[in-house]
Design a binder for this molecule. Structure first.
Ligand code: C2E
Ligand code: CA
Ligand code: CA
Length: 531
């Protein structure tokens, strides 16, 4: 990624950092407001049901009291009991003796026979309910509930008399088991037909529809349910309340995120100049990882792997190489590596004149004529011959632009061999490999890892090996960690390997010590090697 794209990403991430917490805080405020309104509606429904259940218990006790006395119907004693039940309940308006469709007498002083129409509903327990009954002396319709000869005159408006947060809250009490949802009492708007949802006894349900928050609550013991509706505009009042809590929190997190993004971007954007300074201060050094001839175990060469000594800590290349490539500082790091190899290698060549060092080149190096110049200078140092140097470049490096071709050709003209690194991890085609004029192929560690496993890519190694054979490419397997992997590669005809099974990257003096032992003798017992 280039500098400008890093800035673009930082700006985008910054924008997200501002927008996301604010959006989340608004969303949270809205959700909390809806939840709050829903629970308010639920509490209205529960309040209505509580009153209905209380009345139902009073009715049940009233029937038991009146009928267990076995008084003569409408006798003075029975009327006294009826008055007792009437007075004991705020919801029961009057109690009477019922026969057929007639109230024979009632707790109301001086009442006479009242002829009623046939029942509106007969419940499962044979109770009769007559709704909207206009009784003498009443100024609005009442309800008559009768069971076992006892009638109860109820005022449904009392059940609806629930204190609510505003006048637009509608409440409807209905019989859930009835087919056409018989309504006992209703206040405010009538529910839409689709709002009569079938829910189990004792449960509740909330949903939003047509600009309303709708809650249904069904009683546990009696056949009654309540629909409460609140206009969604009520939610806005709650949103304002929650927004006052969440938006400052959102702003705080937005600020925190923007600070973090700015901080990280500043570090990232300043890293190239830090790397440049490090190159000048010679903070880079090289470790060498031996390349082993599989047939003999002999160390025939080593790969130069750069390290960065920063304030007493060693920084691994995986961290800084991508940033160095992005910013172009990599060419200065490559110059450092070539410089170090030039200084180190002659001492080793005195004893091992065929030893080779592989140097990693990045995409930028393959586009710069300076690389060819640096390699030319390297070949003039000490005893260094073209056979002692090899360059490695990743598939990505080769594929970035056509201009790499000329540089590759010039490097080969110097007599230096070129290997394709991390082969298989990019997208280069076979034809591309053929036209580039490569000499070697490094089998990536990720494929070596799959040897003798059941993974989907486990047979890719065999394909890479046969392809390299057919293209006449020398193979080096990297990241070999086990004896089994080494044996597999050896059997497959891979001549060279690198990996912790043989040796980890090491300092130049350690490499020289190792070469004195393993660089000359053949058929080593590799298991006894130091790491
Ligand atoms: P690479 O070129 O594929 O180097 C091989 C990496 O695998 C090295 O990591 C090496 O230490 C590690 N390795 C080798 N054998 C084993 C093994 O058996 N097990 C495990 N787990 N790892 C093993 P390192 O040194 O961290 O280098 C990482 C990458 O950084 C290199 O991958 C290369 O792409 C880049 N790099 C290193 N030095 C240079 C350099 O001088 N110039 C450029 N352009 N890139 C470099
Ligand atoms: Ca490499
Ligand atoms: Ca690799």
């Amino acid at each position: 990624m280039r500098h400008s794209s890093t800035i673009t990403v930082a700006v985008l991430v910054g924008l997200v950092a501002v927008v996301a917490p604010l959006w989340i805080s608004i969303e949270l405020s809205w959700r909390e407001a809806i939840a709050n309104e829903s629970s308010l509606s639920l509490s209205y429904g529960q309040d209505v049901l509580r009153r209905a259940e209380e009345t139902s218990h009073q009715i049940r006790d009233g029937i038991a009291l009146i009928n267990s006395a076995h008084n003569k119907p409408c006798s003075t004693d029975e009327l006294a009991l009826m008055r007792k039940v009437d007075v004991g309940s705020s919801y029961i308006q009057a109690v009477g003796r019922m026969e057929g469709n007639v109230i024979l007498c009632s707790s109301v002083e001086g009442s006479s026979r009242i002829l009623l129409g046939s029942p509106t509903v007969i419940t499962e327990s044979s109770a009769e309910e007559r709704l909207n009954v206009m009784l003498p002396l009443a100024d609005h319709p009442l309800e008559v509930f009768s069971l076992q000869g006892v009638a109860f005159i109820l005022d449904p408006t009392l059940a609806l008399d629930v204190p609510t947060e505003g006048p637009d809250i509608s409440i409807t009490i209905f019989v859930p088991s009835s087919k056409n949802h018989i309504i006992f009492a209703s206040r405010g708007i009538h529910p839409h037909p689709g709002w009569y949802r079938n829910i189990t006894k004792g449960s509740s349900l909330t949903f939003r529809d047509d600009g309303y928050i709708v809650t249904i609550t069904r009683a546990k013991d009696i056949d009654i349910a309540v629909i409460t509706t609140a206009p969604e505009s009520y939610v806005i009042n709650h949103v304002n309340h929650f927004a006052r809590i969440f938006i400052p929190l959102g702003l705080f997190f937005a600020g925190l995120l923007v600070w973090a993004v700015t901080h990280v971007s500043r570090i990232r954007l300043s890293l190239p100049s830090v790397l440049q300074g490090a190159a000048k201060r010679k903070e880079f050094f090289v470790e060498y990882q031996p390349i082993v001839e599989l047939a003999t175990g002999r160390w025939i060469g080593a790969e130069a792997l750069v390290r960065w000594q920063r304030s007493g800590r060693i920084v691994r290349p995986d961290y800084f190489i991508p940033i160095a490539e992005e910013s172009g500082v990599i060419t200065e790091i490559t110059a450092c590596v070539i410089e170090i190899v030039a200084a180190d290698l002659p001492a080793l060549l005195k004893t091992s004149p065929d030893f080779l060092v592989a140097i990693n080149l990045s995409a930028n190096d393959l586009r710069s004529a300076k690389t060819v110049e640096m390699l030319k200078c390297l070949l003039k140092r000490g005893f260094i011959q073209p056979v002692n140097i090899k360059v490695e470049a990743t598939e990505r490096g080769f594929l970035q632009g056509v201009d790499t071709r000329d540089i590759l050709a010039s490097i080969r003209e110097l007599g230096i061999e070129i290997a394709i690194d991390d082969f298989g991890t990019g997208y280069s085609s076979l034809s591309c490999l053929q036209t580039l004029g490569l000499d070697a192929l490094k089998i990536d560690k990720s494929f070596v890892d799959t040897i003798e496993t059941d993974g989907a890519t486990s047979n890719v190694v065999s394909h890479i090996i046969s392809m390299a054979h057919s293209l006449n490419l020398i193979m080096v397997a990297e990241g070999v960690e086990t004896e089994a992997q080494a044996q597999f590669l050896k059997k497959g005809g891979v001549p060279f390997a690198q990996g912790w099974f043989y040796a980890k990257p090491m300092s130049f003096p350690k490499l020289c010590e190792g070469c004195a032992i393993y660089g000359v003798i053949k058929d080593q017992d590799v298991s006894s090697r130091p790491n």
